[in-house]
Design a protein around this ligand. Structure first.
Ligand SMILES: *Cc1c(COP(=O)(O)O)cnc(C)c1O
Length: 385
């Protein structure tokens, strides 16, 4: 006998008044809001850009604009270069395991994304088991100098928990003691940092860069370039599509090893130039600061809301996580918001908390974050007795 189907929970019929809704309802942590101005610029450029060779000047000019614009936005020191390739951050972890880590890495593991890179290096048969330093979710650990380690793997913003951690070299170390590789996928272009404290600062364009996924980008130091060249020359087997030396050689010609998504590259340039024209990283980070202030102040003041990250200094200014009191189901709140055109406020699925998660990336208007809090207040009032 087949059991009866489970009851589908019915969604409460709550209409958020239009005057409380944000102007744009996209709060996803990746892919994230793409500015309409960028989409319009792409549509205007399309007839001579989309569908043209990525080895000819037209597309190479746009790739060059992306590399130069990022060097300006991230205030890269002399000698740092921007490298890019296909496959997004997840593929780049594999590229790092093949082409940057000599023998052993140290990982700060404090959430889903930072733990994933540690899993990659643990599985790589040519590397020794990594040193993994963990801390409870909602906090971050600190790197410590270890002479047995040649890459320190940090995460600027742990997107799954909403913890930010400004990258810094381990006490008393330089690049000669170990390269610092930073997963800045959700941080790059939204959070302040000092590039000189990093050797490989890598990310993907679907978060702060307001573009689409599928591409990886990395700002690499001269010490990282030297390491990449040394490993490439060592005879280690490296799949061509994950070969950092091949990526470096192509990037220097404003190309990628294989075909990139031209729309993704174009939209990323639009965002980087928009940020640079308005004041660069300080402008971008300032917008994120404002959005974060609005969100966390609201959550602290509310009866049913609490910022998940206890230490205000560790609360992310690009991804906000807000716990809800048990009297209300966060998934239901997110579903009601979605039905009202406010998307993707669900918490990270594997975190398993009664929580809302909200992107605060530079493309998102701080005023829309304020409106979002008013929308949530309306839904909370409707769902609680
Ligand atoms: C989104 C994200 C990733 C995964 O990026 P993909 O481009 O989808 O592979 C990795 N790390 C962090 C911190 C992220 O936010």
């Amino acid at each position: 006998m087949t059991p009866p189907p489970p009851e589908m929970p019915t969604l409460p019929d709550v209409t958020v008044p239009a005057e409380l809704l944000p102007g744009d309802g996209r709060f996803c942590c990746g892919p994230s809001k793409v500015r309409q101005e960028a989409v319009d610029a792409l549509a205007a450029a399309a007839p001579t850009y989309l569908g043209t060779s990525h080895r000819q000047d037209g597309v190479r000019f746009v790739v060059g604009a992306l590399r130069n614009g990022l060097a300006e936005l991230l205030q890269l020191p002399d000698g740092y270069e921007v490298v890019l390739g296909n496959g997004g951050t997840t593929a780049f972890w594999d590229a790092l395991a093949f082409g940057l880590i000599e023998r052993r890495s140290q990982h700060l593991s404090f959430g889903e994304f930072s733990s994933k890179f540690a899993t990659v290096t643990k599985a790589a048969p040519h590397l020794e088991d990594p040193e993994v330093i963990e801390s409870p979710t909602g906090t971050h650990p600190e790197a410590h100098a270890d002479p047995d380690v040649d890459v320190y793997a940090l995460t600027h913003n742990e997107t799954s928990t909403g913890v930010m951690h400004t990258p810094r070299r381990a006490e008393g170390t330089t690049a000669a003691d170990g390269l610092v590789a930073v997963d800045a996928t959700s941080a790059a272009g939204g959070l302040r940092f000092d590039a000189a404290e990093t050797d490989v600062y890598y990310f993907a364009p679907q978060k702060c860069l307001g573009s689409d996924g599928g591409l990886w980008l990395a700002a690499v130091s001269p010490a990282a370039v030297e390491r990449i060249e040394r490993i490439a020359a060592s005879g280690r087997w490296i799949p061509a599509s994950l070969d950092l030396k091949t990526a470096l050689d192509n990037s220097r010609k404003d190309q990628t090893y294989n075909t990139p998504a031209l729309a993704t590259v174009f939209l990323a340039v639009q965002q980087v130039e928009w940020l640079n024209h308005n004041g660069g990283l300080e402008f971008a980070a300032g917008r994120c600061d404002r959005s974060a202030d609005i969100l966390y102040a609201w959550a602290e003041a509310g009866e049913l809301t609490t910022p998940f990250v206890a230490d205000p200094a560790e609360r992310s200014h690009v991804v906000g996580t807000i716990d809800l009191a048990d009297v209300v189901d966060a998934n239901q709140v997110a579903a009601v918001l979605r039905a009202n055109g406010v998307h993707d406020t669900e918490s990270y699925r594997k975190l398993g908390r009664n929580q809302l998660r909200v992107a605060l990336f530079p493309a998102i208007e701080p005023d829309d974050v304020a409106q979002l809090t008013r929308s949530i207040d309306h839904v909370l009032a409707a769902l609680t007795p």
